[in-house]
Design a protein around this ligand. Structure first.
Ligand code: DGT
Length: 240
């Protein structure tokens, strides 16, 4: 399937159910299979809203979204879940073992698949250092992980599916530059399309495409080098 990993937004406008104002306004873009897209923009600009439309947490109010060359509406939900790995802004972990948390949504994952994904997400060593390793209980009756550890666990959970499209909505914000760069190097090997919301210039630099979002619109689009040349706003972000 040649379009595996392609994502297209066609004149997408969106307002949350029951709300009168649009949070996305006529968004169009095309991402080719395997590309990395960095999404930048201030709080409330609409970054999460764009990304939530890809796994169909919401449907566009107007326009259409295509994944792997197909209109989202023509893809069965359980099929879509296999194609897309999505880590939301707030990592969702439940009280259960590390292993159960990793396998959430993919109950047939083997321990070796989990370990491979955990290594790629730079969390394997943290897990093996825990009292009961992969059997350690998390949450209320178990241990609490730090923000960055939760993020890395969520990334590992998404990688286990070997998705065509991986969406990291600010899911590496708590990682230091070096750890984030190791995680992204490992993700490169999956050859998936990657959407990553980031504030970090080092992450934007490695993207094939940067989208600068403001007030529900894409206001700038290009590589780091292109935007450094053409966008005063991007230069401002880069030097801040
Ligand atoms: P962030 O996460 O603070 O960096 O901001 P973004 O860029 O991800 O923005 P986003 O998409 O979360 O929010 C865009 C607008 O939509 C903003 O005015 C808040 C509003 N909004 C976000 N989530 C919801 C929701 O679940 N329900 C409603 N009614 N509005 C929402």
């Amino acid at each position: 399937e040649q379009l595996k990993g392609a994502v297209t937004f066609e004149h997408v406008s969106f307002r949350y159910p029951g709300m009168s104002s649009y949070v996305l306004k006529d968004i169009s873009f095309h991402v080719r299979p395997g590309e990395t897209v960095a999404i930048l923009g201030s709080t409330g600009a609409g970054k999460s809203s764009i990304l939530q439309l890809i796994p169909r947490l919401y449907d566009p109010t107007e326009g259409a979204v295509y994944v792997d060359g197909m209109n989202l509406k023509d893809i069965k939900m359980d099929d879509l879940r296999k194609r897309i790995g999505f880590t939301p802004q707030e990592s969702i972990l439940f009280s259960g073992t590390v292993e159960e948390n990793l396998a959430w949504g993919k109950s047939d994952a083997s321990l070796s698949e989990m370990k491979a994904a955990a290594k790629d997400a730079q969390i394997h060593e943290t897990i093996t250092d825990l009292k009961d390793g992969y059997e350690t209980k998390l949450g209320q009756k178990g241990i609490n992980l730090s923000g960055g550890q939760k993020q890395r666990l969520s990334v590992a959970r998404a990688l286990i599916r070997k998705p065509n499209i991986l969406i990291l909505d600010d899911s590496t914000s708590a990682l230091d530059l070096q750890t984030e760069s190791k995680v992204l190097d490992a993700i490169d090997e999956y050859k998936c399309t990657l959407f990553i919301v980031t504030q970090k210039l080092s992450t934007a630099k490695r993207a094939d495409k940067i989208m600068l979002i403001d007030d529900g619109k894409i206001i700038e689009e290009g590589t780091h080098d292109q935007l450094m040349n053409t966008s005063a706003l991007y230069r401002e972000i880069a030097y801040s």
